[in-house]
Ligand binder design. Sequence first.
Ligand SMILES: Cc1cc2nc3c(=O)[nH]c(=O)nc-3n(C[C@H](O)[C@H](O)[C@H](O)COP(=O)(O)OP(=O)(O)OC[C@H]3O[C@@H](n4cnc5c(N)ncnc54)[C@H](O)[C@@H]3O)c2cc1C
Length: 497
Amino acid sequence: MVDPARTEIEADLVVVGGGGAGLAAAAEGARLGLSVIVLEKAAQVGGTTAMSVGSIMAAQSRAQLQAGIADTPADHAKDLDDIRRAYGIEDDPELRRVLTENVAETVAFLRSIGVNFLGPLPQPPHTAPRLHQVMPTSRAYIARLERHCRKLGVDFRVSTRATRLMVEATRVIGVEAESPDGGIAVTARKGTLLASGDIGGNSSLMHAHTTDWVDGIEVYNPMNTGDGQKMAAKAGAKIASRRDMGPAITAHLRFVPPRRSLYHKIPPYPWLTRALVWAMAWLPKWLIRPFAMKFLTTTLGPDQIVYQEGAILVNMEGDRFADELNNPNLLVAAQPAGKAYLVFDDRFAKQFTKWPYFISTAPGVAFAFLGDYRATRPDLFNKGKTINDLAGKVGIDGGRLAAAVAAANEDRTPGKNLTAPPYYALGPVMLYTMVAQVGLAVNTRFEVLNEAGDAIPGLYAAGGAGQGGFTITGHGHGLGWAFTTGRLAARSVAEDR
Ligand SMILES: Cc1cc2nc3c(=O)[nH]c(=O)nc-3n(C[C@H](O)[C@H](O)[C@H](O)COP(=O)(O)OP(=O)(O)OC[C@H]3O[C@@H](n4cnc5c(N)ncnc54)[C@H](O)[C@@H]3O)c2cc1C
C-alpha cells in the first residue's frame, strides 16, 4: 500500500551512511557525473571515521616516493598476509590486493582536497615505513570530504535512517528511510551503496557472527548497528561471518577518553594542517612531543609490558579479578561499571619513565610514558602516600585494595612486587569495540553477493559494511579500506547500466 505521507526522491547513486566510505563514494560518484544522495542516520556525518586515530597505510604514495622509500603494493599485501597468518585468521587475497593497489591513489585524492598527512612513518612488523597520519585529527577527513561533496552537488540527508531495501524482481532499486519529516522512499536509478559501517552496536549480530563477544563491551560508535548487513541479508545477501574466518579481534582495552580535548578542537584548515605537518617533521622533538602526546593519550590503552613488570588490574570495588598475564581484557567488561584501574607502586612508576618501559604505544608515531599521562591526562592519574590513601582518592574500598595488592605480591617473582610507596592508580580503563569486522560478502567491484556467490543487481557495499572477506590486521587499514572501497564502488555504479 502506498503511504500518502511518504516522500519520494531519486538519484543515480543512493549512499547509506555518511562515514569515510560513504563520503568517499559520494565524492567519486559526483565526480563521474552521477547525482548522489547520502542518507545518514546520525545528526551529522562522520561515523567511526571521525572518531579514529586517522592513520592510513599506503605503498608508493607521493610522500613515500619523495622520501626515497622502496616499497610496492605487493610488498604491502605480503606484509598483511604475514600478519594475518600470525593471528591464524582467514582472509581474501583478492580484496587485499585491490586495497593495496589502490590505497596510494586514495591518499593522493585526499591530499588533493586539502587533507594533510605526517609521514610515512614506520610501523613494525610492516617492512617499510608506510603509515600516513592525518593532521590534526580524523575530523579533517570528514570536514574536507563533506565540503568537497557539497561543492559537487551531493544531497545530504542527516538524521535519516535507512530501514529497508526496495527490490523489484531481483534488482535492488533503492531504499526506504525514516527522516524527521516522516518516511522517504529513495529510488536509485543506477545503484544503492551500503556504507553503513560495522555491527559493533548490535549485540545479537555480534553473538551470531563473532567468537569472542561478551556483553558489556563499550562500543565506540553505537550508531553502527549493522543495519546495512541486516537489510541486505533480507534481500538474500551473504554476511561473511567471523566464525568462518578464525579468531575475531573485536575488543581492546583503552583508557577512557577525556571529556574535552583542546586538540580535537583544532580546525582542520589546510594551511594550518600543513603547518602542523611541517612542525612535526622539523621542530625539535622536545618541543613537539608534549603537543603530540595531548592527542595520543586520548586514544590509547595499556601495553602488555605493564603487566609483565608488575602492574595489577583492580575493579571499582578494589578487587583483583584476573591473571593480568593471561588475557585479562574480556574480564574487564564483566566488572562493576565495566571499569578497572592499573595499580602499581613507586618502583614501577620510576621504571616507566623511559624506553623500553612505556605505558602505551601508537605504533610508528610515539610511545607514552607515565610522565606523559601525568602531564596530559590528570583525570586518569591518581597517587596516594599509602594504599589506603590511594583508594580514598579513586573512591574504592581501602581494605579490599590492600588485600588485592597483598595477594598479588604473593604470586609475583621477586622484583615485581608492589611494596614501595607512594602507590598509583591509572585509569579507569574500559574494554572497547573499535570496529567489528563483519561485513557483507562482496566481489572486487564491491557488488554484494548472495549465498550462492552471485552479485545482487543494483546493490553495492563499501567500508565496514562491505568488508566481508577482508580482515584488517594492524593499524591504518580500516580507513584505507573505507575510503578506497567507497571510491571503487562508486566507479562500479557509474560503469553499470
Ligand atoms: C578509536 C578508533 C580509532 C581508529 N583508528 C584508526 C586508524 O587510525 N586507522 C584506520 O585505518 N582505522 C582506524 N579505525 C577504524 C576506522 O575508523 C573504521 O574502519 C572506518 O572508519 C570505517 O569506516 P566506514 O565508513 O565503514 O564506517 P563509519 O565511518 O562508521 O560510517 C558509517 C556511517 O553509517 C551510518 N549509518 C549506520 N546505519 C545507518 C542507517 N541505517 N542509515 C543511514 N546511516 C547509517 C553511521 O551513523 C555512520 O555515520 C579506528 C576506529 C576506532 C573506533
